[in-house]
Design a binder for this molecule. Structure first.
Ligand code: NAP
Length: 313
């Protein structure tokens, strides 16, 4: 079968670190073009400054990957669907739940596919944790997601602007795993959000969840912090009512079961994302799950604001 001709829109950090090399290595896809406001390019393929120029010049384009910050994503995805393209969305799929709902409706009307990626889910250790938790009652959930924003997002001012998600930009990765592996739906009961005095978005957050289908005494919490220097922490611990203890470490790549090593594999999240995208395209199916975004929306709705010192790069 001919490879799917795809274009990448927004040549920032994640496009360059993951999307471009992973597309180049996947025979199911052919990079047809890129769109870069700054005019960045990839050898051998044309660069366009706007998606409209791309769609006019490359009519046999099948799909686009939208790798911009979230606030630009919905308009770009809408334009792509209107141009008849299938659309892969970086995470989070949009800034609001309403936008995702609207995009899903447009995709349905246009009979085009939408794939809202959650890269942290694409780990064998996450799939195994999900399997082990099936049918079990959760007694304790403890998420610790603490990293250094200066290392991972150098100079990305959009993360501090309204709609930029702040610490929920990485935190939503943890929530994407939690919503994948915890068998019953969670909601946020309480949130403490810490905002730098010069920022629209929080630099730290602690969340307490409730599970309406779980035991009342369950302790379900998450702590996100973007001020962690030195060793970085991306850990999810879960204890079930029957005494099983699961710990996912290193962003979902390593699972420990009752203190013993379980599934562990190097991160190949984007290779798996594009393998799944090829399957969706072949099957004519979309894959859109808003559960992680819904928990972030919950946190902003019930969150209590705390102020802290101004943030400077
Ligand atoms: P980034 O380095 O700031 O890159 C985003 C790029 O999008 C910019 O370099 C720019 O590229 C383009 N862009 C920016 N504003 C735009 C606008 N208003 N309209 C159209 N294009 C615009 O950000 P990133 O780290 O790659 O993150 C992008 C998304 O990927 C975020 O949602 C993030 O959560 C997600 N993500 C990031 C990482 C990571 O490690 N950084 C990991 C997983 C997921 P051009 O100048 O080339 O157009």
């Amino acid at each position: 079968m001919a490879p799917y001709r795809i274009a990448v829109i927004g040549l920032g950090k994640i496009a360059q670190d993951q999307h471009l090399p992973v597309i180049a290595a996947n025979p199911g896809f052919e990079l047809a073009a890129v769109v870069s406001q700054r005019g960045l390019g990839v050898p051998g393929v044309p660069t366009f400054r706007t998606p409209a120029e791309l769609y006019a010049a490359v009519p046999d384009l099948v799909a686009v990957s939208v790798c911009t910050p979230p606030d630009a994503r919905t308009a770009i995805a809408r334009e792509a669907l209107d141009a008849g393209k299938h659309v892969l969305l970086e995470k989070p799929p949009a800034t609001t739940l309403s936008e995702v709902e609207a995009l899903t409706a447009v995709a349905g009307r246009r009979q085009r596919l939408l794939f809202a990626t959650w890269h942290s889910r694409f780990n064998p250790a996450v799939a195994e944790a999900r399997r082990l938790l099936e049918g079990r009652t959760i007694r304790r959930l403890d998420v610790q997601w603490k990293e250094d924003v200066r290392h991972w997002h150098p100079g990305q001012d959009w993360v501090w602007q309204a709609g930029g998600f702040g610490v929920f930009d990485p935190g939503i990765n943890a929530l994407s795993i939690v919503t994948e592996i915890v068998p019953s739906p969670l909601s946020v009961a309480k949130a403490d959000l810490t905002f730098p005095s010069n920022s629209d978005t929080p630099i730290a957050a602690t969340l307490a969840f409730t599970c309406l289908e779980g035991p009342e005494e369950a302790s379900l919490s998450a702590s996100f912090d973007w001020r962690q220097e030195g060793e970085q922490t991306w850990t999810i611990e879960i204890e079930t009512a029957d005494g099983t203890l699961l710990a996912l470490h290193e962003g979902g790549t390593r699972l420990v079961i009752n203190g013993e090593p379980g599934v562990s594999a190097p991160s190949e999240e984007y290779q798996r994302i594009y393998a799944h995208w090829a399957e969706l395209l072949a099957a004519g199916r979309s894959d859109v799950d808003v559960a992680p975004l819904r928990l972030v929306a919950d946190a902003f709705l019930v969150g209590r604001r705390h102020d802290t010192a101004a943030f400077h790069w």
